[in-house]
Structures are given as structure tokens and as C-alpha cells.
Design a binder for this molecule. Structure first.
Ligand code: ADP
Ligand code: VHF
Length: 379
């Protein structure tokens, strides 16, 4: 069978670029193998979208499931090495499937396997961005997954929900669609709470809402609703609206981009963070942390001020000037992340100091702030 683009109708939408994330639960339909019939249907919808002038980026899970399938569902220890081995086997089969299916619709695909380390420093982040945009400019569908085979705890994003939010930012997407095995976010995990109700719209992600979102109810998925909410939070703040919906609802991608209310919708923030702060929010792992006093918390959170050495009470990690550091409150909760204007050793000498004492303590000064508000994002 060979379809061509000319045999298909297109779909007219106001969106210019969407990221579609497909969880393992959708790609396997809850079973042990990739559900190829359903994958065709999802590609059909994405192809229609593309034909209507909307670029599509696919973030796909399923490498581990595909590896298990290809090796005949071996019984392996449930450890990282087994998962990495399965992902190494499965990723090539997964991308082959996607390539084959998109080719049926006359479309080319390009594979991008990322880890957090690839997005950690701003230059690498911008490189990844360039590649993504080059694929899109060439009319190619980028297909992204985490590079599980090499990702260790320190360098991995860890779940494809958060990865899809990073990709949506990299791509400057105007919609992020997270497809899973539930209709959306419920008031409790519907697997264990049949009375749970679907939440159709979320303006702000609050701590109460986070408490409703549990982990994965299956042993195939990673992260469950908790990571989907983290992803929605990041995307919202970058000005990207998000939908969580069921991958098996009929025509779900088409209906979402046509503006139909399907699943749970997260509105984009009216005042999105600028590009540099988006990167800070999303990408870096931090090289150290500072603990700040309550006055500093108020100044940072309520007034949007810079962090001064005076507000810092403790410091950990040995970091360079220019490193990304976490900012914690007295109970150790990370309240922000920013770029240090002083290296850790110097900062340790001036914490608690008034601005006019800095030079006296160090014999030099890079200015009065420890983390400038332009280099600071509140979490
Ligand atoms: N409040 C909630 N609403 C909906 N689903 C929830 C909730 N809390 C936990 N879950 C679980 O999250 C699962 C979806 O996440 P996950 O298994 O990681 O799927 P995917 O492979 O699509 O990423 C659901 O099957 C459900 O059991
Ligand atoms: N990168 C892994 C999937 C990780 C993940 O987040 O899975 P899921 O929760 O099903 O989206 C894989 O390809 O198997």
C-alpha cells in the first residue's frame, strides 16, 4: 500500500507548530507490543495537520517496549542496565516504524535523541534548537526521544513528558499535546478511583492540583500524571498552551488543533518568560545551591528583585562564576534558579555582607548582586 499526500485532505488550523507527545501507554494500547494499527492512525492525523500548513514535532516513547517486543519479552532484572539495553535495541525498531509510516504519507522524518546534558549549557541548547529548526525548515518531521541508552541519572531528563516541554520551547511551538491512556487529568487516579472526575481546564498549576496527580498506574509508563503536570507547568510559563488527552479518542489530534475542548486544557501564561529564562527554567542541572533568608525570598518572589549576598545564609557545591545554581528557602525547598555572578568560593566569603563590603572582603568586585534578576527564574 502506498498513499501519497495528494490523496489526503488537509486540516486548516490557526496553529503553526505543534508538539505531539505519545506515551508508551498509547503506542502499546496497554499491551506488550507496539500497536502498529493505531500508530498508522496517529500518523494519518499528523500528516493531515502538516498538509494544512501546521508543522508537527513528534516526541515518542516506546523504545523500551519495542526492545522487549523484539527480544521476545525476555525476563530481565528490573534495573537501569536492562532498560538501557532494551532501549538500545528498541529505538532503532521504533524509528523504523515511524519512518515507514510517515513515508506512506510522503513525509520524511529526522531522529533527535537528547539528554539533559545536551541542553545544559546554553550553547548546546541553541545547537539543538538550530537542528530542530533546520529539520522543520526542510519540511521534515523531527522525531524525538530521550537517548536512554547513554543517559545516566545525572544527565537524563528522565521522562518524555518533561522532555516534550523542553522540545516545545526549543521549537517555539504554539501547542503541546500530551497523549496518554486517560481522558486527561482527573481529580484522582481513575485506575484506583472510579469516582474521579475529569478536570477540563486549568489556568494555574497549584500545589493542590499537584497532589491529585499520581505516578504511572502501569509498569510501562514513566512518571504518570505527575510528570505531565510538571511539563504543563514549564510549557505554560513559556507561553505554550497544553492539552492532556486520550491517544485513543477518535481524531484526537485533529480535534485538539481545531480548538475542540478535549481532555484537560492548560492555558498559556499571558506574560511568558523570555527565551533566556525559559532555558533556565527548563534545562540546566545546577552546579550548587544557596540558601536565602526570608527577606530575600520575599524580595525575589514578590518584588522580582536580584539576589544580594546579604540575603544568603549558606552555600553548597563548588561552582564557577556563570554556573547555574539553585536558590533554596530555609526549609531547603528550591524556590528559584539562576546564574551566579560570583564563583562559590568567593560567594562563601561574602554571604551575609552588605553590598559596600564586598570589595573589602574579596579585594575585587563583580558588582553588588549574587544573581541578577535577568538571570533568575522563580520556580
Ligand atoms: N489524577 C490523575 N488523572 C489521570 N491519570 C492519573 C492521575 N494520577 C495518576 N494517573 C495515572 O497516570 C497514568 C498515565 O501516565 P503514564 O502511565 O506515565 O502514561 P504514558 O505512557 O502515556 O506517559 C494513567 O494511566 C493513570 O493511572
Ligand atoms: N524513553 C522511554 C520512555 C520514557 C517515558 O517517559 O515513557 P512514557 O511515560 O510512556 O512517556 C522509551 O522510549 O521507552
Amino acid at each position: 500500500m502506498s498513499l501519497t499526500v495528494s490523496t489526503m485532505s488537509s486540516l486548516s488550523t490557526s496553529y503553526k507548530r505543534v508538539v505531539v507527545k505519545l506515551g508508551t501507554s498509547v503506542l502499546t494500547s496497554g499491551g506488550e507490543c507496539l500497536d502498529r494499527a493505531h500508530m498508522v492512525e496517529l500518523v494519518r492525523q499528523m500528516a493531515r495537520l502538516k498538509r494544512g500548513g501546521c508543522e508537527v514535532i513528534l516526541v515518542t516513547s516506546g523504545a523500551i517496549a519495542a526492545g522487549r517486543e523484539h527480544l521476545g519479552q525476555p525476563s530481565l532484572p528490573n534495573n537501569v542496565a536492562s532498560k538501557q539495553m532494551l532501549a538500545a535495541v528498541g529505538q532503532s525498531h521504533l524509528i523504523q516504524q515511524w519512518e515507514h509510516l510517515f513515508n506512506l504519507y510522503g513525509m520524511h522524518v529526522g531522529q533527535m535523541l537528547l539528554t539533559r546534558a545536551d541542553l545544559d549549557d546554553r550553547e548546546r541548547y541553541l545547537n539543538a534548537k538550530d537542528t530542530l529548526h533546520a529539520l522543520l525548515n526542510f519540511g521534515i518531521v523531527p522525531i524525538v526521544n530521550e537517548n536512554d541508552a547513554v543517559a545516566t541519572a545525572e544527565i537524563k531528563v528522565g521522562d518524555n513528558d518533561n522532555l516534550s516541554a523542553l522540545v516545545a520551547m526549543l521549537a517555539d511551538a504554539d501547542k503541546l499535546i500530551l497523549l496518554t491512556d486517560q481522558q486527561g487529568l482527573f481529580t484522582a487516579d481513575p485506575r484506583s478511583n472510579p469516582q474521579a472526575e475529569l478536570i477540563s481546564e486549568v489556568n494555574r498549576i497549584t500545589d493542590e492540583l499537584r497532589k491529585l496527580a499520581g505516578g504511572s498506574g502501569s509498569n510501562l509508563g514513566t512518571g504518570g500524571m505527575a510528570t505531565k503536570l510538571q511539563a504543563a507547568d514549564v510549557a505554560q510559563r513559556a507561553g505554550i498552551p497544553v492539552a492532556i488527552a486520550a491517544g485513543h479518542s477518535e481524531g484526537v489530534i485533529e480535534r485538539l488543533v481545531l480548538g475542540e475542548s478535549v481532555g484537560t486544557r492548560f492555558c498559556a501564561d499571558a506574560q511568558p518568560l523570555d527565551a533566556r529564562k525559559q532555558w533556565l527554567l527548563a534545562a540546566p542541572s545546577s552546579a550548587g545551591s544557596v540558601t536565602v533568608d526570608e527577606g530575600a525570598v520575599r524580595a525575589l518572589v514578590d518584588k522580582g528583585s536580584s539576589l544580594l549576598p546579604k540575603g544568603i545564609v549558606a552555600l553548597s557545591g563548588s561552582f564557577q562564576r556563570g554556573a547555574t545554581i539553585d536558590i533554596c528557602n530555609h526549609s531547603g525547598r528550591i524556590i528559584g534558579r539562576g546564574i551566579a555572578r560570583y564563583d562559590g568560593a568567593s560567594l562563601a566569603k561574602i554571604l551575609g555582607c552588605h553590598s559596600d563590603q564586598i570589595e573589602q572582603h574579596l579585594g575585587f568586585s563583580y558588582g553588588t548582586v549574587a544573581v541578577h534578576r535577568n538571570d533568575l527564574v522563580i520556580l
